[in-house]
Design a protein around this ligand. Sequence first.
Ligand SMILES: [Mn+2]
Length: 424
Amino acid sequence: MLLNKRLIEESNTNNLAAHKRSYEYVATGINNIGAIIQKLVDFQVAIPSWALGTGGTRFGRFSGGGEPGNLEQKIEDIGLLHALNQSSGAISLHIPWDIPSDAAETRKLAAMHDIKFDAVNSNTFQDQANQPLSYKFGSLQHVDKAVRKQAIEHNIEVIKQGEALGSKALTVWLADGSCFPGQLNFRKAWQNTFEGLQEIYAALPADWKIFVEYKAYEPNFYSTTVGDWGQSYLYTSKLGPQAFTLVDLGHHLPNANIEQIVSLLMMEDKLAGFHFNDSKYGDDDLTVGSINPYQLFLIFNELVEGMDAKRMDHATDLAWMIDASHNVKDPLEDLLQSIEAIMIAYAQALMVDTPALKAAQEINDVVKAQEILQAAYRTDVRPLVAEARMISGGALQPLQVFRSLKIREQLIKERGQSTVATGL
Ligand SMILES: [Mn+2]
């Protein structure tokens, strides 16, 4: 379904007076307010094609109705999100869950919704129907060369699919590792994986990047062959200048200092970008900002500081993607909340008084440094984010519009109660 722009405008008119009051209150006193709003307007986050259906756990899955049944409907769903918030102008495809039958038609549909194709994701963590060899004991790390070859060929195929759509990056997340001591020779597993990545790297078009994502544990519980940012960095630094390390917020051991990891990867020009989500215990894939919004702010603070130090374009030089999937919320409502949380953290980071923070650091004024960070974090920047949305043509209150227009009910009417999206 397509959202009627007039309905968004009507809802904005109803909310305008209240918005203006709160906007003036926050905006007064911010010197560079125009520049901040423009940065918020420009910032876009890619929606993964697997997040549009209700996520599953290994215990079950409870579909909510009206889920997109094919790639076209997934693009339509992202079109709805983007119409509401004007910050979801990209899709990250997962192959083979979402293989376009006609790339030119798929591109046309996406362009109609003002959606670009972000990184494409390969999958060697599951066996697909008709797949000759199994990934039960890994893919690129596998002891059998034929399995490694199959995994390499799949990644090269994903690059080709991505090229046809206009993507510019391949994300590789490997489930490879071991569940028990003695199962693997760590060095051999690393070498095999590296050689496979080298072959994939060699197949990259000149203007493409490869993102190597790491994860501490799960599905393997004793060792993971790309287990942390150090191991990913080892691969990407040896691969070459088109290889970067991808940070997924849920892929760390408890209490890892992710903001420091981000800062150092940027220093070395090796940060690919993000898979945003939130978690309490592990790779929980919960709504961004739902558990620890302060950590998200601290990460954005390092990102903004690091990107500015390197004169990078905030909107385009790193890859911004959501990677979340869970059981209990309407996936579209969840994604609206996730994008809002990202925009809030970004806006707060833009408000940090950087010169004052640097000065405080130089004289070891720890109290002042904390005051500066928390002054930004404790500012209610929601009116700034809403203002950026409104001037881009989106809704002041996207979630409210989603509910008042009964979008999910319409999707159920259109697609049925029992559709199930491809994905986990
Ligand atoms: Mn991820």
